[in-house]
Design a protein around this ligand. Structure first.
Ligand SMILES: NC(=O)c1ccc[n+]([C@@H]2O[C@H](COP(=O)([O-])OP(=O)(O)OC[C@H]3O[C@@H](n4cnc5c(N)ncnc54)[C@H](O)[C@@H]3O)[C@@H](O)[C@H]2O)c1
Length: 449
C-alpha cells in the first residue's frame, strides 16, 4: 500500500520526485510557496522542460494521487514522510545558502501532530540534519516525536524521470530504526538497485562527494584537453581510449566548456567550504574549480582568433542551457559568453530548443541581441556560429545548408560535436577544444597531418 508523502519545493528536483513517487503508487501532496508554479502544475502544465515529465504529471493528477498546494498545513496533516526539496543555492562565499531549508524547518515545527519523518532530499552540507533537528525542537512548542533523515537525489536534468525510476543506487541516511524502516518501506518494493543504508551525516557527504568527483573528472579531461591542443593530439581519442579501462569508465570525460548547472559548481564549492572549515586541505578541488571557470575564457579566445575584431560581427549562438534536454540555464557557460560578446559589440542571434525564454528573462532582446526560432535562423548571415550546448539536434544539422546561409563559414564548437575533418570537408573553418592546433586555420599545413 502506498504511503502518504509531503514534498516541499517543486523545482527541478522536487517536481520530478513528486510525480515519480506518485507514479509508484504513493499519495503525494507537493507544496511550493510560489502560487504561479502551483497553479500551473495543478492545471497539468509543467513548469520545467524534462523529457517524460508531462505524461507522468497528467497521469498522476488524474488518478488523484498527486496534488499541489501553497499550504503547508494541507500536506503536514496527512503526511507520514515529509521531503525537503527546496533550493540550496550558493552564497557569495561559496557555502550553501540554507535559508530555504531553515524556512521549511520553521514551517514544519508548529505543524507537527504525531510522528513525522523529515527527509532531506535537497543537497546539503554534512551535519545540516542536526541543524534541522535543532530548529524543529526549538520551535515545535510541545514534544512531538520526529526524525530527520537524508535521502540524497542523484537525478540528472535531461534524464531525470528515468534516473529517478531506474537509479544506480538509493542512499538512505537514517539514525533511528523507525526512520530507516519507513524509508525502506518506501523504496524496497519498487526498486531492485542497491540500497545503501547509512548514517545521516554519511548520506549527506555521499552526495557532495559524488558531485565533486564528477566535477573533478570534467576538469581533469579539460586540463588534458589543453595539453592535447598544444601537442596536436585529439582529446576525444585520448578520453575514449582512457575510458575503455574498466577502472576508469567513459562517463564525464567529455572535454569542452566545462561543467555548469545548479548542482556541480555549488556542491563543489560547498564541499570545499565544509572541508576548509574542518581544517582539511582540499586545494585539489580548488584547482578543479579554477580549471572550470577558465573554460569560457578559452572559448572566447578562440572566437577572437577566428573573427579578430568582435564589434559588429554577427554571431549565431546554438544552445544556452547548461546541458541538453533541459531549459535550465543556472550556472551555464552561456551566462559567461553572452554578456561578454554583447559587451564587445557583437550582434548575437541566439537559439536553444528549450532554454531561450529563460535566457530572455536575463537578457531581453535589443538591437544587438535577438532570439531565433531555429538553428538555421540563428546561422543566417552570421560571421560565425558558436556551439555552447550539445543538443542532439545540432549534431544532425545539414552542414551544406548551414554553410550556404552563413556570411563566413566559421564554427567555434565548445562541445566538440563534430569531427574536424567532416566539418572542414563541408567548407568550414572549425575551432573546437582540445583537438590539436591541427584544426586551426593559422597552421594550415597541419590540418592534413
Ligand atoms: N536540479 C537537479 O537536477 C537536482 C538534482 C539532485 C539534487 N538537487 C538538489 O535539490 C534541491 C532543489 O534543487 P532544484 O534544482 O529543484 O531547485 P529549484 O530552485 O528549481 O526549486 C526549489 C523550489 O522550492 C520552492 N521553495 C522555496 N522555499 C520554499 C518553502 N519554504 N516552501 C515551499 N516551497 C519552497 C521554490 O519556490 C522552488 O520552486 C537543491 O538542493 C539541489 O542541489 C537538484
Amino acid at each position: 500500500m502506498g504511503l502518504k508523502l509531503g514534498i516541499f519545493g517543486t523545482g527541478y528536483a522536487g517536481l520530478v520526485t513528486s510525480v515519480c513517487l506518485a507514479q509508484l503508487g504513493h499519495t503525494v501532496t507537493a507544496i511550493d510557496k510560489d502560487p504561479d508554479i502551483v497553479a500551473s502544475l495543478s492545471d497539468g502544465r509543467p513548469t520545467i522542460h524534462e523529457p517524460g515529465l508531462p505524461e507522468l504529471l497528467t497521469n498522476n493528477l488524474q488518478t488523484g494521487r498527486l496534488r499541489f498546494t501553497t499550504q503547508a498545513e494541507d500536506a503536514m496533516a496527512a503526511a507520514e514522510i515529509v521531503f525537503l526539496c527546496v533550493g540550496t543555492p550558493p552564497r557569495a562565499d561559496g557555502r550553501a545558502d540554507l535559508a530555504q531549508v531553515e524556512e521549511v524547518a520553521r514551517t514544519i515545527a508548529p505543524l507537527l501532530d504525531g510522528y513525522k519523518l523529515i527527509v532531506e532530499k535537497s543537497t546539503v552540507p554534512a551535519r545540516t540534519a542536526d541543524w534541522i533537528d535543532w530548529t524543529i525542537r526549538r520551535l515545535a512548542g510541545r514534544e512531538h516525536p520526529f526524525d530527520v533523515a537524508s535521502n540524497p537525489e542523484f537525478l540528472r536534468e535531461g534524464s531525470a524521470v528515468r534516473d529517478f525510476l531506474q537509479p544506480d543506487r538509493i542512499v538512505i541516511g537514517a539514525d533511528s530504526s523507525r526512520a530507516r524502516s519507513l524509508l525502506l518501506d518506501l523504496y524496497e518494493p519498487s526498486f531492485e538497485c542497491p540500497i545503501v543504508v547509512t548514517s545521516v551525516t554519511t548520506a549527506e557527504l555521499i552526495k557532495q562527494t559524488a558531485n565533486a568527483f564528477l566535477a573533478t573528472r570534467i576538469s581533469f579531461i579539460n586540463m588534458i584537453s589543453d595539453l592535447c591542443e598544444k601537442l596536436g593530439v585529439d582529446v576525444t581519442t585520448v578520453a575514449s581510449s582512457v575510458g575503455l579501462d574498466s577502472r576508469i569508465g567513459g562517463h564525464f570525460l567529455s572535454a569542452g566548456l566545462g561543467f555548469g548547472g545548479s548542482c556541480l559548481p555549488k556542491d563543489l564549492s560547498s564541499l570545499i567550504k565544509v572541508a576548509e572549515d574542518n581544517g582539511v586541505d582540499v586545494s585539489m578541488l580548488r584547482d578543479v574549480e579554477h580549471i572550470n571557470t577558465a573554460r569560457v575564457d578559452r572559448l572566447l579566445a578562440k572566437v577572437e582568433r577566428a573573427l579578430w575584431v568582435l564589434r559588429d560581427k554577427v554571431i549565431g549562438i546554438l544552445g544556452v542551457a547548461f546541458k541538453p534536454d533541459t531549459d535550465d540555464i543556472r550556472g551555464a557557460p552561456s551566462l559567461g559568453v553572452v554578456p561578454r560578446l554583447h559587451g564587445a559589440g557583437s550582434i548575437l542571434r541566439i537559439y536553444d530548443p528549450a532554454a531561450g525564454p529563460n535566457l530572455q528573462r536575463l537578457y531581453p532582446p535589443d538591437d544587438r541581441l535577438t532570439y531565433a526560432n531555429s538553428a538555421l535562423e540563428a546561422a543566417r548571415d552570421a560571421h560565425a556560429l558558436l556551439i555552447l550546448t550539445d543538443w542532439n539536434e545540432f549534431r544532425s544539422l545539414d552542414l551544406g545548408q548551414l554553410r550556404s546561409l552563413m556570411r563566413t563559414p566559421i564554427i567555434v564548437d565548445g562541445r566538440n560535436l563534430f569531427e574536424p575533418a567532416q566539418v572542414q570537408a563541408a567548407g568550414f573553418e572549425y575551432y573546437s577544444l582540445g583537438r590539436g592546433e591541427a584544426t586551426l586555420r593559422v597552421e594550415p599545413k597541419r590540418v592534413y597531418v
